[in-house]
Design a protein around this ligand. Sequence first.
Ligand code: DC
Length: 224
Amino acid sequence: MIVCIDGPAGAGKSTVARALAQRLGFRFLDTGAMYRAVALAADRRGIDWNEPGQIAALAQKLRFQFDGERLLLDGQDVSVDIRAPRITALTHYAADNPGVRRRLVELQRQIAGDDDVVAEGRDQGTVVFPQAQCKIFLTASAAERARRRLAQLQSQGAVANYDELLAEQNLRDQRDASREVGPLKPAPDAIHVLTDGLSAEEVLARLEALVHAARRRDHAPKPT
Ligand code: DC
């Protein structure tokens, strides 16, 4: 069974998708980590960001391996480095590149194989797994998402400003939604879950119920 969780940055997808996979005993596929890893590899090699062909050629050669919570890139653990603010800011060069997307979509399908998977990203229900039995579009208002990000950064001891975070988030939203290939948009058969005012535990319970309902539907005898 494939469960797709798509939605904008800061809607709480990662935390909830990871926990859902664990609770269901499914594998977790963090597709954002793969786009981040391409940006990291390009940055380390000093590739010219204005040369999309070079970034796409690099993506063809990279080896991705998920090991529990960790992402190994060409055998090296990059799980922490891909979250650096510099890489977050550069990742759109990978995500906007049609050649990179083609390669990563192919790899994501290969990695999922025939396993039970929770796949998280922007285009999982629309492009990568259009046949998925359960598609969730997880979102929250822009103000709520920026507030959560501020609280998260402050709890890590970082100095952050709400207005700046909101402006950065609006820019990412706009980029994600206007990308020519694989833009952020709900699949027609996705169930929308708005997480404003809900705790992670409440969101998780709601998603779990949706997966169980989808599973019952999938196993129900088909009308003849
Ligand atoms: O979910 P995240 O913040 O780790 O994603 C990093 C970037 O990659 C973000 O700018 C959106 C992009 N992305 C994408 O275009 N398609 C995906 N399936 C996942 C992420």
